[in-house]
Design a protein around this ligand. Structure first.
Ligand code: NZQ
Ligand code: ZN
Length: 388
């Protein structure tokens, strides 16, 4: 394990078919006014909204309604939510939904009482909050992002053609999270598999980097094996509780800071995917799948040993009689076959990107330094071209 680190995840997590039973108790710790954030209406169809409202009412809470959070939440919506929180002097923000709703809630929580421009402060200058932070709790309905138990918040600014994620510290992590795998059964197939790929990508962003022997990488391999196994069951039967519950738990651990400890991490696939999303508003997990293979093929020679390990330990590639490059490439082929099997986007054209967007896509891509190769602009353009 490299360097010194502190592991502190303050989110209290309730998991299982009866997880919602914990909500009433959790609410006792907060004041009377609750801003109820949710998306475009799925929770009204599947009954989760009614359950939550009834618990809030029994607890004597005043509900400030804040629905309509869109996938890839926008700065405009976030500023509106922040004003609502401030006007109503909200005591708790309760996010009921997927990553978009929870990310939105976190952004609102640090913006409501912020006297500066929150976009500039958090998403451009990456500063920490210096104002009162409204506590957030969540009820997760869609699996993938890990937002339920982390400090991440990704906001899209359409005027600037930018989608940027800020990773806040423990003060912004949700205070509690309610995870009932059954709540995810109504997620449409395409969203479900986009979430599966998002989980895989989170693990790979932290696994495909560094050359040291770390416990974090062994945990990452275990999470990947579980995800691949359960995803194959879930695509045949999305209501298989065992598979969906395993995937829900894997998603949380894939991005709650554990497997990043003691090692370097990459995150360049997310930077490429976020650029696609900024220009097309495509589903997050699909933007990642569409750019992954061209990116991994480009960095493979620079991280060869790790790609060989990935091939053998995760995909079971037999190394006999093969060069390291051949083993690594066979691993990527197996990875590609799994992507096609679960049915994720394999190119950015199907997400609405066109060749004349290439320069803009490159402009919107942040270049990070933790991976095996720091990308040049030419390489970024080549990846997007190959992803078309
Ligand atoms: O809006 P509603 O009507 O609720 O419908 C949503 C939405 O259309 C639907 N859905 C969610 N739960 C459902 C359901 N439909 C039926 N039944 C249910 N139980 O699914 C659609 C997608 O929801 P969304 O919240 O957008 O998906 P996801 O959880 O993938 O979140 C994506 C956002 O999270 C960010 C992404 O960039 C994107 O903006 N991320 C956040 C991260 C973090 N906080 O650490 C890290 C990730 O890498 C990611 O960047
Ligand atoms: Zn992601």
């Amino acid at each position: 394990m490299n360097g010194d680190f502190t592991f502190h995840n303050p989110t209290k997590l309730h998991f299982g078919e009866n997880a919602m039973d914990a909500l009433a108790d959790e609410l006792k710790a907060f004041g009377p006014v609750v801003q109820l954030c949710y998306g475009g209406g799925s929770i009204k169809k599947n009954g989760i909204y009614d359950q939550v409202v009834s618990i809030l009412k029994s607890a004597g809470k005043t509900i400030v309604e804040d629905g309509g959070v869109m996938p890839n939440p926008t700065l405009e919506k976030m500023l509106h939510g922040a004003a609502l929180a401030r006007e109503n002097n909200v005591d708790l923000i309760l996010a009921v939904g997927g990553g978009s709703t929870i990310d939105y809630a976190k952004a609102v929580s640090v913006s409501a009482w912020c006297d500066e421009d929150p976009w500039e402060k958090y998403f451009i200058r990456f500063e920490e909050p210096s104002c009162r932070i409204i506590p957030v709790g969540d009820v997760l309905t869609m699996v993938g992002t890990g937002s339920e138990m982390n400090g991440g918040s990704v906001i899209t600014n359409h005027d600037a053609n930018l989608k940027i994620g800020k990773v806040f510290g423990p003060d912004v992590f949700p205070k509690f999270a309610i995870l009932n795998p059954r709540f995810t059964f109504s997620v449409p197939y395409r969203q479900m598999v986009a979430g599966f790929f998002d989980i895989m990508c989170h693990i790979l962003e932290q696994y495909l980097s560094g050359e040291d022997d770390t416990t974090s990488d062994y945990i990452a391999e275990g999470l990947m094996l579980s995800l691949i196994h359960s995803s194959r069951i879930a695509i045949k039967n999305p209501e298989d509780y065992e598979a969906r519950s395993n995937i829900m738990w894997t998603a949380t651990w894939a991005l709650n800071t554990l497997i990043a400890k003691g090692k370097s991490t990459d995150w360049e696939v997310h930077m490429l995917g976020q650029a696609v999303s900024a220009l097309t508003d495509a589903t997050h997990g699909m933007t990642l799948s569409a750019v992954s293979l061209p990116y991994y093929r480009l960095i493979l020679p620079y991280g060869l040993k790790k790609f060989v390990r990935f091939a053998q330990n995760v995909w079971g590639v037999n190394p006999e009689g093969k060069s390291e490059t051949e083993i690594a490439q066979e691993g990527l082929k197996a990875f590609e076959a799994w992507m096609r099997e679960i049915g994720v986007a394999m190119n950015i054209t199907e997400l609405g990107a066109t060749e004349d967007m290439l320069e803009q896509l490159a402009d919107a891509t942040l270049v990070l330094t933790g991976g095996y190769k720091i990308l040049t602009r030419e390489e970024i353009l080549a990846i997007f071209k190959e992803s078309l």
